[in-house]
Ligand binder design. Sequence first.
Ligand SMILES: [Mg+2]
Length: 103
Amino acid sequence: MSRSPAAILLDLDGTLYLDDSPIPGAAEAVAEIRRLGIPLRFTTNTTRRPRSELAALLSGMGIPAQADEIVSAPSAAALAAGARFPSRQAAASPGLLAGIYRA
Ligand SMILES: [Mg+2]
């Protein structure tokens, strides 16, 4: 009996693309994961691009993706800070804020 994973997390750079060029087979692999109905999120530690830009980059490579499917370092930090300090405000650099809010 085979079991599907509860979810799959895929890193972006070095896994689905390399230096903004798609890695052969990546689009097909993601399409198969989606066809199987396994929950999927894309992960990245980049702080240079907002999730909306990353989603557009993936989509342009034949990997349709929505910004809210991408967990970036800024978005993960914002989520963790919001959970730990729900009534506090945080300060961050303009680049980090862009990564959080320009999704
Ligand atoms: Mg990587």
